[in-house]
Design a protein around this ligand. Structure first.
Ligand code: GRF
Length: 199
């Protein structure tokens, strides 16, 4: 049985799209499938992408203690939660219930250029301002500190002398679309092996 993925997204949803397409392309070989896309923003373009792909969508209140989100994830029997441009803090209650089962992607090489408030253009502006010669993509497990959970995958790429925050953001995003679906796949496989071992 494929692992059941929930993707949480607040924004444009290009990583969501890459994940949906990756598992669709694997067809019968797929180890996971997106069964729910949920957002704290009812107008998130990610919800439109999900609806277009005939995936269930939900809008939840991100101002509570996480009870609504936990209820939603349980109702959909979610195995793995994938944050894809979800900007709110995940409440401790959700982290406790889904410990080791929540993934995030960050558009830089953590632990550098991460932490509260480091998202979107700010990340790439900080990388350029620092004079760093490399940037990249980090996929990590989510714990109760912003961008600090164990790193699952990283991909490095050069920062070109001519790069602006915009050009760097766009090259990093292209890498995210390759790395994130594969990292999700790898974690789903490990999770399935682990649950067979403990059965
Ligand atoms: C990505 O750059 C990701 O690294 C960060 O938020 C952005 C989401 O983009 N966490 P999209 O909504 O997937 O297009």
């Amino acid at each position: 049985m494929p692992s059941r993925l929930a993707v949480l997204a607040s924004g444009r949803g290009s990583n969501l799209q890459a994940i949906i397409e990756h598992f669709d392309n694997l067809a019968r070989e797929r180890v996971a499938k997106v069964v729910l896309v949920a957002s704290n923003r009812a107008d998130s373009p990610a919800l439109v992408r999900a609806a277009t792909a005939s995936i269930d969508i939900a809008h939840f209140n991100s101002a509570d203690d996480g009870s609504e989100l936990v209820g939603l994830l349980k109702a959909f029997r979610i195995d793995l939660v994938v944050l894809a441009g979800y900007l709110k803090r995940i409440p401790p209650k959700v982290i406790r219930e889904y410990s080791g089962r929540i993934l995030n992607i960050h558009p830089a090489l953590l632990p550098a250029f991460g932490g509260e408030g480091m998202y979107g253009a700010r990340v790439h502006e900080a990388v350029i301002a620092s004079g760093a010669r490399e940037s990249g993509v980090t996929v990590h497990l989510v714990d109760d500190e912003y961008d600090r959970g164990p790193i699952v995958a990283q991909w490095r790429m050069p920062v070109n002398p001519s790069d602006t925050a915009e050009s760097l953001a766009s090259r990093v995003l292209n890498i995210e679309h390759v790395v994130y679906p594969r990292a999700v796949e790898m974690v789903a496989i490990l999770q399935q092996l682990e649950s067979k071992r403990t059965d």
